[in-house]
Design a protein around this ligand. Structure first.
Ligand code: GLP
Length: 240
């Protein structure tokens, strides 16, 4: 695994965006796995800027989001559908038919939706470049500690700390307790993976993911088994 330690969040975001931009220029119909959360916001800002100022073309890009809350309508302000529209899709020239996010809206059959989602990734020929953040408990996407390394897209229960962390965005409304997430096996099949981590709250998780034993109790440690991973961390997240 290559590790890039950047001085701060801004340079981390620029490095991540640059890597994505390069990949998209080389392969305009890139198949990308995309994350949500606070960490990738700076990268998305940079990508929008590249579209506006440098005419970066997203028209052939195929995207597959890592996960979505279960039980939230897609139009809910905190859904990952809304996040992606707001921070990227509505601001660049993506083609709506090329965008994939698991459907977690009420009434969805999570098993059927998960199978459909896996198939859409297979049908596209797999993911070229997958970008992923990390939870303080070292989860990736919504694969919480204990997730099998060969797991596929599926319905999952969120860990209590993940729910607590999400609660800050939901105010008085109860944060979701379940999600549909790409599995560890799905993620590890991506041809190239970029892990982003920023801030001191991630330092322990980053240390365990990069240098600790490879174990399902530290989901991100599975990345050590992948032949093509770059971790881009800032100095506070990489402090250990
Ligand atoms: C959620 C998301 C993850 C993300 C994590 C960390 O659990 N499902 O994909 O990596 O939060 O989020 P943040 O970047 O806000 O710390």
């Amino acid at each position: 695994m290559r590790v890039l330690v950047m001085p701060d969040y801004r340079t981390l975001s620029k490095a991540a965006a640059e890597l994505f931009t390069k990949a998209l220029r080389i392969k305009p119909n890139l198949k990308a796995g995309l994350p949500t959360g606070n960490t990738p916001l700076g990268m998305y800002e940079e990508l929008v800027r590249s579209h506006r100022e440098d005419h970066l073309d997203f028209s052939e890009l195929l995207t597959f989001n890592l996960d979505e809350y279960l039980g939230l309508p897609a139009a809910h302000p905190e859904s990952y559908h809304t996040y992606m529209s707001r921070h990227l899709f509505d601001q660049v020239n993506v083609s709506a038919a090329n965008l994939h996010i698991p459907d977690g809206s009420p009434g969805t059959d999570p098993d059927a939706e998960s199978a459909r989602y896996e198939k859409s990734i297979q049908d596209a020929g797999g993911i070229d470049l997958l970008i992923v953040g990390i939870g303080a408990n070292a989860h990736i996407a919504f694969n919480e500690p204990g997730a099998a390394f060969d797991s596929r897209t599926r319905r999952v229960d969120l860990a209590p700390e993940t729910i607590r962390n999400a609660q800050q965005h939901f105010g008085s409304e109860q944060a979701p307790t379940e999600a549909i997430t790409m599995g560890m096996g799905t993620i590890l099949e991506a041809r190239r993976i970029v892990l982003l981590a920023s801030g001191e709250s991630k330092a322990h998780a980053v240390e365990r993911a990069l240098h600790g034993p490879v174990t399902t109790s530290v989901p991100a440690s599975a990345l050590q088994m992948h032949p093509n991973v770059i971790a881009i961390v800032d100095e506070t997240a990489g402090g250990k």
